[in-house]
Write a protein that binds this ligand. Sequence first.
Ligand code: PAN
Ligand code: ZN
Length: 188
Amino acid sequence: MIPAFDPFTTQMNLATGLLDPERETTRQHLSDMQGWYAETVDADDSDPLVYRVLHMPVPEENSEIQCSTTVLEPGAVGREYFMTRGHFHEVRDRSEVYIGLAGEGRLVLATEDGRHVVEPLVPGAVCYIPGGWAHRTVNVGDEPLVFFAAFVGDAGHDYGTIEKQGFPVLVVAGDDGPEVVPNPGYDT
Ligand code: PAN
Ligand code: ZN
């Protein structure tokens, strides 16, 4: 076969997640997250950055491996920690691997029939996300949560299902640290 493109290397700062050379970056500010938290988002003029995804330049084909780093800032909306929106893969059986690099987080996973699992996402954690499991990350610490993700290239992202039904559980700040509680807004 004639290869589609040349090999490339990206230098990743394991503490900050920043890439050299810099890569295409998508950003979610608090005002972009209206409707994703249990409480109404009150994004004042400061409208803080919640997370960034730094994408490697790879075609979205199932013969390729999409990869990126996510940097999720510390913070909360009410008692609910800053988090990613979370999604199913559009092609449901497409799997993914997350590797924790910095900070302290949780990976919340859920199936369409309402099962859920919450895993620690900490430096060195290699979390395998099988096909069919929606996934969301939550920063439960005081520092940015940084993780690397690699997934099947044609997976695609279905945000609409989670936007509508939510996850079965929320991760919130309790008196003695993070707590996993049922999501009162979960809609099966
Ligand atoms: C990750 C996520 C990233 C941002 O790369 O896309 O952490 O989260 P949302 O996409 O839910 O906003 C991944 O799971 N890719 O498939
Ligand atoms: Zn994914």
